[in-house]
Design a protein around this ligand. Structure first.
Ligand SMILES: C[S@@+](CC[C@H](N)C(=O)[O-])C[C@H]1O[C@@H](n2cnc3c(N)ncnc32)[C@H](O)[C@@H]1O
Length: 292
């Protein structure tokens, strides 16, 4: 590995393996046996990073590149109490599929296994600005926890968020209505829903959602806004009357790309709505409860 590559690897390693409070409080820290870079990359535990271990560091970092695009994004990097690689693979505090929100949850049955396999395949294709794994896990849990029967999604893309919703809807006996303007992405989404075994509970609506979504006249349990950002406030205005009291309005990209300020104002100032912002270390999601 050349010097530049090592410097990048070291910076990334330092960023994801920042000292714990324990280390800051005087426990072993940088330069000592508790040094996070040593913990992550010093395979033979001799307290020194050898040239071979330095070379191997890049490969270890690449293991986190879930979508194999050659880059590491925040949702691919380990996070949480153990900060991922602390203690090395398999060591104490390492995030696994079981406890890392950035990784798919463990499937509970064959249906979930099939959906997760479809998601993994979808993540290997064009990603556009699809939800991250942590985003998707949250969408699914929120939909399932409110027993959503009718989920309306604006912005299907290739169907990743739709697959997460479908996982919830399999349990609730509900249905997803998902709208997109792009026929190419819709074709991929259709195939992904088929592959995930959920095409029977998904209705794809092709066209400009500013027009197609207003055809909805049924109560909505959960509305997910993830299409054109400048249109978020119009979508809210048009569909809020159909969201049932106690229903949820979720919106993606509340941090990046820059959110629509009219939408933020609408969801944070209305006395009928309560909003919180989550997963803001990634794209960011707003969770808005329609109270009345
Ligand atoms: C960020 S992607 C959606 C990602 C998807 N929700 C996911 O996480 O898998 C945004 C999508 O909105 C669609 N879109 C943009 N403007 C639209 C409009 N006016 N009507 C319908 N879809 C639109 C785009 O074609 C694109 O597929």
């Amino acid at each position: 590995m050349n010097r530049t590559a090592f410097a990048i690897a070291a910076m990334i390693g330092a960023a994801i393996l920042a000292p714990t409070a324990q280390e800051q409080a005087g426990q072993p820290g940088r330069g000592g046996p508790g040094n996070p870079l040593l913990q992550a990359f010093d395979s033979d535990r001799d307290g020194v990073l050898s040239p071979a271990e330095i070379d191997a560091a890049a490969a270890k970092l690449r293991e986190h590149d879930a979508n194999k695009d050659g880059r590491l994004t925040a949702d691919e990097l380990p996070r949480g109490p153990g900060r991922g690689m602390r203690g090395g693979p398999g060591g104490p505090g390492e995030m696994t599929s079981a406890n890392d929100p950035g990784k798919p949850m463990l499937p509970k049955d064959d249906g979930e296994r099939r959906i997760l396999a479809a998601l993994e395949q979808a993540r290997g294709g064009e990603r556009y600005a699809n939800v991250s794994t942590s985003d998707g896990r949250l969408l699914r849990e929120l939909a399932e926890s409110i027993g959503a029967k009718r989920v309306v999604e604006l912005g299907t893309s290739t169907g990743e968020s739709g697959l997460w919703f479908a996982m919830a809807l399999r349990k609730t006996g509900g249905r997803l209505y998902t709208h997109d303007i792009d026929p190419g992405r819709i074709a991929v989404a259709r195939e992904n829903f088929r592959r995930g075994g959920v095409d029977d509970i998904v209705t794809i609506v092709e066209g400009d959602a500013h027009e197609t979504a207003t055809r909805n006249k049924e109560p909505i349990d959960l509305l997910f806004i993830d299409a054109d950002k400048e249109g978020y406030d119009a979508y809210l205005r048009d569909l809020l009357p159909y969201v049932r009291p106690g229903g949820l309005i979720l919106a993606h990209n509340m941090r990046r790309p820059a959110p629509n300020p009219r939408y933020i104002e609408a969801i944070t100032t209305s006395p009928d709505l309560d909003t919180t912002f989550v997963l803001m270390d990634g794209a960011g999601i707003s969770i808005t409860l329609k109270k009345h």
